[in-house]
Design a protein. Structure first.
Length: 428
């Protein structure tokens, strides 16, 4: 009988546990190691940061939810993976043996790569973790009492651009609701070569539509931007041309700022020869499997994916929910095939389908395949997206509480039809 261990209980790890348990043989064990006792629905963090959600609304207690499905959990940080010994070393020194390991740790946030960046001793806020979003919310409460300029965006090497746009639009919506938008000059600073690149080389007319949305909301932007230093109340940004040559230095004053950092791999795996790339991301083949350690798989933000294209300022490729769920399903099937003495055959589609919230409206995009030229490259804006995202949040939270075993993405289209009906009933 096999011991299957999943490291991390986020958007990748939790569905991974449920799908793996459903596909494993009766005597196999599935164990989740998580440093946090709760699962958090990360896509709702921007809403927590403006007090549209509380932390409680977007968290699920991991151990009881998993226990209902016969999945074990160890609530402790993994200190180090020891692939040669097939063990995960925990913070308390104990070691957990595995036959198969799925690494789903998400990112380490590289705030330290820009002086003064981030909420730990720096001067910018973060929405990457729900606890950061709570701190941002406290800062927001003070900010709306004495508003001033906002700088928001993503630094060089970032890959997760969607939430930066979302947060800019959500803050704009919140300020308009409060009737103080006129007191807040907003600047969007990004390493992307153009608005709407999204680390994907653009999707449909994402450039035109996002530029238009930003103009309508009076949000100025600086692209090809390298954030060189952040001080209390001001950000130093160097703008580059499309050859990557510096063209202008900006000093941007702010009273509130949120910048997405670059990501790298977590300490528990960083620097393991053959397992990770130089940034600490897990290298995998088309079956989500590591080439050197063939009983290790990986899903989610912690996997290594090359940039879609070379850009003047480095931009990574985003790993979005739908893509992650496809990695999860492929991995569960591939491990089952190994359990049956076969070779893995399942490929994740890695297609990009995403809902981005703009507060009152939103943008949906579909990129199939991820790298252009594509068969489908579709980007659309509307009020329905905001409603669909709220519906998707509820749907996903319920699934995590109930312990779904069905591949989430397979049911998605049906649920999407349900979402459309809901929207029709309620009206935009
Ligand atoms: P995570 O959800 O971060 O989960 C990793 C888990 O592993 C965490 O719980 C962490 O505590 C745990 N862990 C890490 N190291 C250890 C260790 N050593 N020991 C034990 N546990 C450990 N994608 C979309 O498709 N749509 C969106 O709207 C969207 N919004 C986003 C908004 C934000 C603010 C961010 C940051 C990302 C967003 N994404 C979105 C992208 C992506 O879907 C999320 O980043 C998602 O959370 C990634 O899932 P994951 O499982 O890889 O990592
Ligand atoms: O897992 C998802 C996720 O969580 C990270 C999201 O963020 C909220 C998503 O947006 C998934 C799977 C999605 C995609 C949800 C798509 C819903 C249907 C959209 C249909 C678009 C038109 C064809």
């Amino acid at each position: 009988m096999a011991r299957i261990v999943i490291l991390g209980a986020g958007l990748g790890g939790m569905p991974m546990a449920y799908e793996m348990k459903a596909l494993a043989r009766p005597g196999d064990t599935v164990t989740v190691i998580s440093e946090a006792p709760k699962f958090h629905f990360v896509p709702s963090n921007p809403w927590v940061a403006v007090n549209w959600r509380t932390r409680k609304d977007i968290e699920v207690d991991i151990a009881p939810a998993l226990a209902k499905k016969g999945i074990e959990s160890i609530i402790q940080r993994a200190k180090r993976v020891h692939p040669d010994a097939n063990q995960v070393e925990l913070e308390d020194g104990n070691r957990v043996d595995y036959d198969y390991l799925v690494i789903a740790t998400g990112p380490k946030l590289a705030f330290d790569e820009v002086e003064g960046l981030g909420p730990f001793g720096g001067h910018t806020q973060s929405i990457c973790h729900v606890s950061h979003a709570e701190t941002t919310k406290t800062a927001w409460d003070a900010f709306v009492q004495a508003p001033g300029p906002i700088v928001v965006g993503a630094v060089q090497g970032a890959s997760c651009f969607g939430p930066a746009y979302e947060f800019a639009m959500i803050m704009d919506t919140d300020l308009r609701k409060r009737k103080i938008r006129d007191k807040v000059p907003m600047t969007f600073v990004t390493s992307e070569p153009y608005i709407g690149h999204l680390g994907l080389g653009g999707v449909g007319d994402s450039k035109g539509m996002l530029e238009s949305a930003m103009r309508q909301r009076h949000i100025k932007w600086i692209c090809n931007a390298k954030t060189t230093k952040v001080e209390a109340g001001q950000m130093h940004v160097t703008e580059h041309d499309d050859q990557g040559k510096p063209i202008k230095d900006h000093v941007l004053p702010f009273k509130h700022s949120m910048m997405l950092p670059a990501f790298k791999g977590v300490d528990a795996v960083f620097g393991i020869e053959g397992l990770t790339n130089p940034r600490g991301f897990i290298t995998i083949d088309e079956h989500q499997r590591n080439a050197k350690f063939k009983n290790i798989f990986s899903v989610g933000v912690c996997v290594a994916i090359p940039p879609v294209e070379v850009t003047p300022i480095p931009c990574g490729t985003p790993k979005t929910g739908y893509m992650i769920e496809s990695m999860v399903t492929a991995t569960a099937h591939n491990i089952r095939e190994l359990l049956d003495g076969k070779e893995p055959t399942h490929h994740a589609t890695w297609n990009t389908v995403c809902l981005a919230d703009f507060g009152d409206t939103g943008a949906a995009f579909v990129a199939l395949p991820q790298i252009p030229p594509r068969n489908v490259s579709w980007f659309s804006e509307g009020k329905w997206v905001h409603l669909a995202k709220v519906a998707f949040e509820k749907y996903f939270m319920r699934k995590m509480q109930k312990g779904t075993s069905e591949p989430i993405y397979e049911k998605l289209i049906m649920d999407f039809i349900g979402i459309t009906k809901l929207k029709g009933k309620q009206g935009p």
